[in-house]
Write a protein that binds this ligand. Structure first.
Ligand code: 13P
Ligand code: SF4
Length: 307
């Protein structure tokens, strides 16, 4: 049987919803019920009436879906689909850090484990991070974790002084400033759009900085014809589908060799075959202990209630 037929039959049989992030390979995006950024996917997970959630994304995103749906199975096609930002912030070390700064409000980017979420006061994604920071009284000092580049970007945007955790994304920190400048010279009409997980010197070269959905909206609404895209190139699929007459150039990474270092090695672990297999076997499933779910639910709901 064709793999797409197989997934469609399983989806019906399980009454499952397939949620896919913009960084997933094109064929996964095409068969998903919903494709979105991490905030939109969390919202979809919160409101779904499906019996089973199939999360084509990375582990922390599937965990978020599980926190919002403790009674439903949440399937992840590959359990090793992690995230360097989540790995950079172990819960025990983060707890010690928070304890050293007890007067601080703890704002955590959703790219972290459920245990780290449970230690936080409020969560954010790159879509709502400015809003979340601005919701905290100006006299309250803030810890921001785990992405230091997003943190620096937020300091500039909000004028707030944030105490930063030293984490980075392996994909966004690898873009080459030199090659980006060369691309700008080669495509002088092109606008540069970049994700705020990139280092400051890359963001300084961008015409628009925002989350994956913000970058997508920007290129759809702009009258420009060419765009240099400085984020994981999976997003180019939706950009091209929605703008067949515009040109999108994926920004290269520092590496000169064969490695496609601008591709997220975790996101790309998921394949159509693994998607079918997890639905057929109802495994692997994301599991979060109930006490962690209860603690993580509060900062997550605080974020979602900001709208
Ligand atoms: P978005 O919230 O913009 O979808 O980003 C998620 C992510 O992992 C970026 O690397
Ligand atoms: Fe994590 Fe970076 Fe991959 Fe996003 S692109 S999932 S932040 S490693």
């Amino acid at each position: 049987m064709d793999i797409l037929d197989k997934i469609n039959r399983l989806r019906k049989r399980l009454n499952a919803v397939i949620l896919a992030h913009y960084y997933q390979e094109s064929r996964i995006q095409d068969i998903a019920d919903f494709v979105g950024d991490s905030l939109a996917l969390a919202k979809k997970a919160a409101e779904t009436s499906a019996d089973v959630i199939v999360f084509a994304g990375v582990h922390f995103m599937a965990e978020t879906a599980k926190i919002l749906n403790p009674d439903k199975p949440v399937l992840l096609p590959d359990m090793d689909a992690g995230c360097s930002l989540a790995d950079s912030c172990p819960a025990d070390k983060f707890k010690e850090f928070i304890e050293r700064h007890p007067d601080h409000t703890v704002v955590t980017y959703v790219n972290c484990s459920a245990e780290v979420k449970a230690l936080s006061d409020i969560l954010c994604t790159s879509t709502n991070a400015v809003k979340v920071i601005n919701s905290i009284p100006p006299d309250k000092p803030i810890i921001f974790a785990p992405d230091k580049h997003l943190g620096k970007f937020l300091m500039k945007r909000t004028g707030r002084d944030l105490l930063l955790w030293d984490g980075t994304c392996v994909v966004h920190e690898t873009f080459s400033e030199k090659k980006l400048v060369q691309l700008k010279v080669r495509y002088p009409e092109a606008l540069v759009v970049a994700h705020p997980e990139c280092p400051e010197q890359i963001l300084d070269l961008a015409d628009h900085v925002g989350s994956t959905s913000s970058l997508l909206n920007f290129v759809c609404e702009s009258s420009a014809r060419q765009f240099i895209v400085v984020t994981e190139p999976g997003i180019l699929h939706q950009m091209k589908l929605r703008n067949p007459n515009k040109e999108f150039i994926a920004a290269p990474s520092e590496d000169e060799g064969e490695c496609a270092c601008n591709e997220c090695p975790y996101m790309k672990l998921n394949t159509l075959e693994k998607l079918a297999s997890c639905m057929e076997n109802m495994s692997p499933q994301v599991d979060v202990p109930m006490d962690t779910i209860e603690k993580a639910m509060e900062p997550l709901n605080r974020m979602l209630s900001l709208g």
